[in-house]
Design a protein around this ligand. Structure first.
Ligand code: ATP
Ligand code: MG
Length: 365
């Protein structure tokens, strides 16, 4: 493989691309599934470029009649990002719709994907069901995995830190990259998914015990949640329905409170809030034996979450005092992102030989 469009692996830059739909404020599922990791990767200094995208165009694919909701949540998501430690000096924060090149790339990639392939995507299938779209799926929503491939490849992303629900999207992106590179010549970089290390963080359940905490299901603990609300939500969380008396043995499988402890608790939390247990294993063993009540475990989880979320909430409140600054960050980030995506689009069009007016040879009869 030769040619200017060829991307060499050896000196390939390490680039992160990931993002969130501005359909609501971010919740603790986003935090453990992707956001926390992004901040660690950002601060590791190991990446050459980091792009964090607020996917408003994708949010509109299933919120076409609610542009105002999407617009308002752009600010909420940006505040959540920066409150968690994403630093605009190190990570490029931008708004998807401001990069028209992404739409153009999507249009060309659409030709490389079949309808039946899209229909097989398990995440899209589940989301269609969740939104009761069965009879009337917006075409834009149906094709959003292709638009995600455009988002990822536009920045030559090598690493995509996301939750487990994004696995089919990454698979789809890789297929598009392979197909594009084999049909038109090597122009696109193949990305790798980076899943959470901790099993409980792959797909954090909702407070109702449902399979996934999701903005659209209303079963979330938000990063910006007030302390009282966190406590109320934790105390009414789903546990083991057969654990009725304290003396009853309790089950851990499907027990949301323990899943959250798996995701959030650290040894120092035990020292600070529950010193009679050395670690989570001991607490779990006692619960399974019987003799440990849900309320005690929930109180501990509440302390853990309060300790994790308080600094985020405080920083967010500070950031809210200067909203124009947040928009400046997004504007500058979007300008930078557009220039990078434009270079990729030019490379793509060149590979496809549809850059007619840049190459005399293409204008000959
Ligand atoms: P929507 O309901 O609008 O789709 P969402 O809550 O699913 O919203 P997204 O914006 O679709 O959030 O997802 C953003 C990122 O957060 C993705 O990387 C996704 O994998 C991750 N994520 C979302 N929910 C969870 C969860 N419950 N556990 C772990 N990761 C999650
Ligand atoms: Mg989602």
């Amino acid at each position: 493989m030769t040619g200017e469009g060829n991307k060499k692996k050896e000196n390939q830059k390490k680039v992160i691309l990931t993002g969130d739909r501005p359909t609501g404020r971010l919740h603790v599922g986003h935090y453990v599934g992707s956001l926390k990791r992004r901040v660690e990767l950002q601060n590791s200094g190991e990446y050459d470029e980091i792009y964090i995208m607020i996917a408003d165009a994708q949010a509109l694919t299933d919120n076409a009649d609610q542009p105002e909701k999407v617009r308002q949540n752009i600010l909420e998501v940006a505040l959540d990002y920066m409150a968690c430690g994403l630093d605009p000096a190190k990570s490029n924060l931008f708004i998807q719709s401001q990069i028209p090149e992404l739409t153009e790339l999507t249009f060309y990639y659409m030709n490389l994907v079949t309808v039946s392939r899209l229909q097989r995507n398990p995440t899209v299938k589940a989301e269609i069901q969740m939104r009761n779209f069965e009879a009337s799926i917006p075409v834009g929503f149906f094709t959003y995995p292709i638009s995600q491939a455009a988002d990822i490849t536009a920045f030559d992303a090598t690493t995509v830190p996301v939750g487990e629900d994004q696995m089919p999207m990454l698979e789809q992106t890789k297929e598009i990259v392979h197909k594009f590179n084999s049909v038109y010549g090597e122009a696109l970089v193949e990305p790798e998914i980076l899943l959470p290390k901790n099993q409980a963080c792959m797909r954090l359940p909702g407070t109702d015990g449902k399979a996934k905490m999701s903005k659209s299901l209303g079963n979330c603990i938000y990063l910006s949640e007030e302390s009282d609300e966190i406590r109320k939500k934790v105390m009414s969380m789903f546990t083991d329905p057969t654990h009725i008396k304290i003396t009853d043995p309790g089950k851990l499988e499907g027990n949301t409170v323990f899943t959250y402890l798996d995701a959030f608790s650290k040894p120092e939390h035990f020292e600070a809030f529950l010193p009679e247990y050395a670690n989570l294993e001991e607490l779990k063993a006692h619960y399974q034996r019987g003799g440990l009540g849900d309320v005690k475990v929930k109180r501990f989880l509440n302390e853990v979450l309060q300790a994790e979320l308080e600094p985020i909430r405080v920083r967010r409140q500070e950031l809210m005092k200067d909203v124009p600054y947040i928009y400046e960050v997004l504007k500058a980030g979007s300008e930078k992102a557009e220039s990078v995506a434009a270079a990729t689009l030019a490379r793509v069009k060149k590979a496809m030989k549809i850059n007619y007016f840049e190459d005399e040879n293409l204008l000959k009869s």
